[in-house]
Design a protein around this ligand. Structure first.
Ligand code: ADP
Ligand code: MG
Length: 638
């Protein structure tokens, strides 16, 4: 059937968006070894198109044009060297074909291109994550013809789109009686092995078995040692909803291949949870943890997680009401039994039923994580590395599950050597020193800044563990997580050093004595530094360093103030307290200093600021003072 005559005057040649050209080029070169995916992508688009029409037809049944049965056909022609994928879904009009097959509409496109490395293997992975979709046709085809008509439009409103994957494509209007889309791939030289019913069936079963629409191919028979196609069509895939089957009938492989389909991922998932929930709402969920973070994970607005079905009818992608933002890395499906089919995003936002489903899904995912952390620590480590920073957002976002989330958190600590080795709060509590009442932490801009901070000196000496927090989101975590299992979390860079029962009596007495002995000095330094500090005092938290800065207990940490400043907030920087180490030779020397006292005091303050990763207002003057002091020391005694 091909009575599709063109209206010659309508032909137009258009250039691809620059990003599309770049993507096409990259894809053809770096995805060659994965070239089979083109079929999965085309079938996935065909299935999406059927889902869309089914959904639109709920409000407007006329769109079905009398045919409500959906199917996808895959056919090939050895003589013409073509493969055709056909659907009777929503179709495209001229404008849609130009927009959807000539540009990349995905958000995050720019970041994606910025992250490409030129290393084929790494890029192939990224491209896979990005979802190459329709353009993957050009890996195997040197010309692609798309014929389509939008459901509900007149037959003369069909469109034909043709491109060789170079810089441009042409579109023209055609007569097209059948609604939906047909994509014809004219294969490149050397791709003839794809022109086989056996091969195509194998690819469909491998990549598209769980598509819910039937995927049909012509039956073949063997004649004279050759495959001969008949006119009879048969369904090649399972065409059923995997999640609706009993668990006992689903193999590990089934779960994995379904994941690749819903998540558009090339890699296996890390873990999954599959459950039928009965209660206020009956629903089935099949939710997965990916092995790798997608490139746009950090965009809190970007969600392409969970698909919503109602009684196996696809309703929408990206149903963000189904999971909280801090679980936005989860992929999968939720199939609700009791929602109306014409449910919209607006309804979802207000729905108490959805609220109940969200609660249930959240609980299942947290249980999956908890399970993984206990039974498969290696996998949990992978999870934490990829998604830990997102999960941390949950501490402030999900009050009801705060305890559960707190148990899942992992941090670097003074007991580990690298930022990748992490401890849980439970680990920490289990090895607290006798008499230790608090969980100590420090926040800093980087792991090394945290690890080498002077604030840790006394803790090192006494063998008390301190958590090293260097993710930006950690400030958010400690702002919301003030205790764990009854133990308060305390910053070692805030307030006076209070080791509680960890300090012994003789030390305390000595400290009081020193505070008296040094009171003249601290006053003098305070006067010299003037406005820069809130006060100056003696500390016992230092062993190797002469000085450090702290802020009051209730004040914003300097690390947070710096983060806020770096993202353009005008954060009022709390005035720090300068603490000096009464045992340090520099401090002792300062006691004797007269002429250059102000320079010494200033250098003491500046180096304390530098040591905790801060920036000097006037680095040049610091350097000059430092050199003066070095010189004065190098000279023979005055
Ligand atoms: P994605 O599927 O992630 O949106 P694709 O590159 O696979 O990206 O497809 C781009 C767009 O082209 C689709 O979003 C859709 O609007 C349109 N499209 C592709 N194939 C079809 C089809 N068979 N029927 C209708 N529209 C289609
Ligand atoms: Mg697609």
């Amino acid at each position: 059937m091909n009575p599709e005559t063109a209206c010659a005057s309508s032909e137009e040649t258009l250039g691809f968006q620059a990003e599309v050209q770049q993507l096409l080029h990259l894809m053809i070169h770096s995805l060659y070894s994965n070239r089979e995916i083109f079929l999965r992508e085309l079938i996935s688009n065909a299935a999406d198109a059927c889902d869309k029409l089914r959904f639109e037809a709920l409000h407007n049944p006329a769109l079905l044009e009398g045919g409500g049965e959906f199917a996808i056909e895959v056919d090939y022609d050895k003589g013409a060297r073509t493969i055709t994928v056909r659907d009777n879904g929503i179709g495209m009009n001229r404008e849609e074909a130009i927009a959807h097959l000539g540009t990349i509409a995905k958000s995050g496109t720019r970041e994606f291109f910025a992250r490409l490395t030129g290393d084929q293997q790494k890029d192939a992975h990224l491209i896979g994550q990005f979802g190459v979709g329709f353009y993957s046709s050009f890996i195997v085809a040197d010309r692609v013809t798309v014929r389509s008509r939008r459901a509900g439009e007149r037959p003369d409103q069909g469109v034909e789109w043709v491109s060789d994957g170079g810089g441009s494509f042409t579109v023209r209007m055609i007569e097209r009686p059948a609604r939906g889309t047909e994509i014809v791939l004219h294969l490149r030289e050397g791709q003839d092995e794809l022109l086989s019913g056996w091969k195509l069936r194998a690819l469909i079963r491998k990549y598209s078995d769980h598509i819910m629409q039937p995927i049909r191919m012509r039956k073949e028979e063997w004649k004279d040692g050759e495959e001969k196609k008949s006119d009879e069509w048969e369904t090649v895939n399972q065409a059923s909803a995997l999640w609706a089957k009993p668990k006992s009938e689903i193999s590990e492989e089934d779960y994995k291949s379904f994941y690749k389909h819903v998540a558009h991922d090339y890699d296996d998932p890390l873990a999954w949870t599959h459950a039928k929930v009965e209660g206020r709402q009956d629903y089935t969920l099949l939710l997965y943890l990916p092995t790798h973070a997608p490139f746009d994970l950090w965009d809190r607005k970007e969600r392409h997680g969970v698909k919503l079905y109602v009684r196996r009818v696809f309703i929408m992608d990206d149903a963000e009401q189904l999971l909280p933002a801090y679980l936005r890395f989860v992929r999968g499906v939720v199939d609700a039994a009791d929602l109306p089919l014409n449910v919209s995003r607006e309804i979802l936002q207000e729905s108490k039923d959805i609220e109940a489903i969200k609660k249930g899904c959240t609980a299942k995912v947290l249980a999956l994580l908890s399970d993984l952390s206990e039974k498969e620590p290696e996998k949990y480590k992978t999870f934490w590395k990829e998604f830990g920073r997102v999960l941390k957002e949950g501490v402030g976002e999900d009050f009801a599950n705060k305890e559960k989330i707190a148990k899942l958190l992992r941090f670097a600590s003074t007991q580990t050597d690298t930022p990748d080795e992490t401890v849980s709060l439970s680990d920490y509590v289990a090895r607290m020193k006798p008499g230790q009442e608090k969980i100590y932490y420090i926040t800093a801009e980087s792991f090394n800044a945290a690890k080498n901070s002077p604030h840790l000196e006394i803790f090192r000496r006494k063998g008390i563990e301190v958590l090293l927090l260097s993710d930006r989101v950690d400030e958010w975590v400690v702002a919301h997580l003030t205790e764990f299992e009854g133990k308060p979390l305390v910053s070692v860079a805030k307030g006076g050093l209070d080791l509680g029962q960890l300090a012994d009596e003789s030390e305390k007495q000595e400290q009081e004595k020193e505070a008296q002995e040094f009171s003249a000095l601290t006053e003098k330094i305070a006067k010299s530094l003037g406005d820069k500090v809130k006060s100056v005092r003696i500390t016992h938290r230092l062993t190797d360093s002469p000085a450090c800065l702290v802020v009051e207990e209730h004040e914003m940490s300097t690390n947070l103030a710096r983060i806020l400043k770096s993202v353009g907030h005008k954060a009022p920087l709390a005035k720090p307290i300068l603490e000096i180490n009464p045992k340090h030779p520099v401090v002792l020397r300062l006691k004797e200093e007269e002429a250059k006292f102000d320079d010494w005091a200033q250098v003491l303050f500046d180096q304390a600021l530098l040591a905790e990763g801060g920036q000097l207002d006037d680095p040049a003057t610091f350097v000059k003072r430092m050199n003066d002091l070095l010189l004065s020391m190098a000279l023979p005694a005055r």
